[in-house]
Design a protein around this ligand. Structure first.
Ligand code: PLP
Length: 385
C-alpha cells in the first residue's frame, strides 16, 4: 500500500512513538498524578515530559499553558465554547473544517452570532472582508492555519495582528500545520492554538493539544478529579489541571511526547522542506495530466502537502476506489468534513479526491501515484469520448 492519506492521520508513525506507547503500557501503567509510588511517578513523568516537548516545539514559555485534548476537535470545542457567550459575535473563514463549523452552529443556537469571511477559489482569505465584519460585540475570530481540502495557508500572524488591533481574540486551528510548519505561539500572537497529535505531529490517534495564552480566560468544559486540591468541590483554577479532569490518555500522550521529540530532532524546517518537495512534485505532475482538475494554490506557491483533484468523467469515490483496488494507493474522497471549503472550490456537489502527503512518503511513491492518476484519467477520457 502507498499511504497518501496523511491529512486524515499520519502513517506510519516513527518507531520511537510506537516504543514509547509500548513502554508506557508495560512499564509506566499507573494513573499519572494519582499516586506517590514509583510507577505512578513514572506515569506522571511521561505526561510532564510530553508537555515540555510540545511546549518547546511550539515556543510556549510555560508548559502549563499546554493542555492535552482528545484531538483538534476537542480543543476547538474547548476554545469556542469556553470563550463565547450568548450575545457575542464570532467570525470564521469560509474554508473551515466541521471541527469549527459544528461547534459554532451549536453556539449559534445559543445566541452567538456567527459570520464568515470570504475566501477566493483557491482558499485565500479576504482580509479586508474579515476586518469589515468586526463589530463592537465581536469576541473572536477563528480560522484554520491551512485548509485540509485546498492546502492553502492562511496568514495567521496577520490575522492575529488584525484581531489584536480590534481587541478581538484569535483562535487558530493548526490541525494541518503543527509538526509540519514552524509555529511559535509567542511570536504568532494568537490567543488559543489548537492541534491534533495524530496528523503532522506524528503521534497516536486520540491525542491533541491546545495552547491557551496566559492572558486569556477560557472556561473549562468538564469538571472532575484532577489528582490535586481534592478537598474542594470547585474545579481547580490552576493550569493545566483546570482543563484535564479525569484520567489522561497516558499511552497516547507518551507517544505524542516521543513524536514531539522526534520532530525536534529532525527540525520542523527540514520536515517542512521534505513535505513541500514531495507535494510540489505531485502537484507539478498532476497539473499536466489531461482531464485532471487540481484545486488550491498553483504549483510553486507555499502550501501544506494536501492536494485535491477531480478527474473528468469520473466520480471522486470511483477514483479513490480505482486508486486503491488497481494501484494500492490509499487516498480519501468526498467532502473531507469541510463542506464550506468545497463550496469555495466549487466542488460541494462532486466532492474531490484528496492526496495527503507525509514526511515518510518517497519520490517513488509520488511517481506511482502520478502514473496511476494518468492511467485512470486516460481510461475515463476514452469512456467519455
Ligand atoms: C483543519 C482541520 N481542523 C480540525 C480537524 C479535526 O482534527 P481531529 O480529527 O484531530 O479532531 C481536522 C482533521 O481533519 C482538520 O483538517
Amino acid at each position: 500500500m502507498i499511504y497518501l492519506d496523511n491529512a486524515a492521520t499520519s502513517y506510519p508513525k516513527p518507531p520511537q512513538v510506537i516504543e514509547a506507547v509500548v513502554r508506557c503500557l508495560s512499564e509506566q501503567g499507573a494513573n499519572p498524578g494519582r499516586g506517590a509510588y514509583p510507577m505512578a511517578l513514572a506515569a506522571s513523568r511521561v505526561i510532564f515530559e510530553a508537555r515540555e516537548a510540545i511546549a518547546e516545539l511550539i515556543g510556549a514559555s510555560d508548559a502549563a499553558d499546554v493542555v492535552f485534548t482528545l484531538n483538534a476537535t476537542d480543543g476547538l470545542n474547548l476554545a469556542l465554547k469556553g470563550l463565547l457567550s450568548p450575545g457575542d459575535h464570532a467570525i470564521a473563514s469560509a474554508v473551515e473544517h466541521n471541527a469549527v463549523l459544528r461547534p459554532l452552529s451549536a453556539l449559534a443556537g445559543r445566541g452567538v452570532a456567527v459570520e464568515t469571511a470570504r475566501c477566493a477559489h483557491d482558499g485565500t482569505i479576504d482580509l479586508d472582508h474579515l476586518e469589515a465584519l468586526i463589530r463592537p460585540n465581536t469576541r473572536l475570530i477563528v480560522t484554520l492555519h491551512a485548509s485540509n481540502v485546498l492546502g492553502t495557508l492562511l496568514p495567521a500572524a496577520e490575522i492575529a495582528a488584525l484581531a489584536k488591533r480590534h481587541g478581538v481574540l484569535y483562535v487558530l486551528d493548526a490541525a494541518q500545520t503543527a509538526g509540519s510548519i514552524s509555529l511559535d505561539v509567542g511570536e504568532l500572537g494568537a490567543d488559543v492554538v489548537v492541534f491534533s497529535g495524530h496528523k503532522g505531529m506524528l503521534g497516536p490517534m486520540g491525542t491533541g493539544a491546545a495552547w491557551i495564552s496566559p492572558r486569556v480566560e477560557v472556561r473549562e468544559l468538564r469538571q472532575g478529579g484532577t489528582g490535586g486540591e481534592s478537598e474542594r468541590t470547585e474545579q481547580p483554577s490552576t493550569r493545566p489541571d483546570r482543563y484535564e479532569s479525569g484520567t489522561l490518555n497516558t499511552p497516547g500522550i507518551a507517544g505524542l511526547g516521543a513524536a514531539a521529540r522526534f520532530i525536534l530532532e529532525q527540525g520542523v524546517a527540514a520536515i517542512s522542506e521534505r513535505e513541500a518537495t514531495l507535494a510540489q512534485r505531485l502537484l507539478a505532475g498532476l497539473v499536466s495530466v489531461p482531464g485532471v482538475t487540481v484545486y488550491g494554490p498553483p504549483p510553486g506557491s507555499p502550501r501544506v502537502p494536501v492536494i485535491s483533484i477531480n478527474v473528468a468523467g469520473m466520480d471522486a469515490h470511483e477514483l479513490a476506489f480505482l486508486l486503491d483496488k488497481e494501484h494500492g494507493i490509499a487516498a480519501r474522497s468526498g467532502l473531507h468534513c469541510a463542506p464550506s471549503a468545497h463550496a469555495v472550490a466549487g466542488t460541494l456537489e462532486t466532492g474531490a479526491l484528496r492526496f495527503g502527503v507525509g514526511f515518510f512518503n518517497t519520490e517513488d511513491e509520488i511517481d506511482c501515484a502520478l502514473s496511476a492518476v494518468a492511467a485512470i484519467a486516460e481510461d475515463a477520457g476514452r469512456r467519455i469520448g
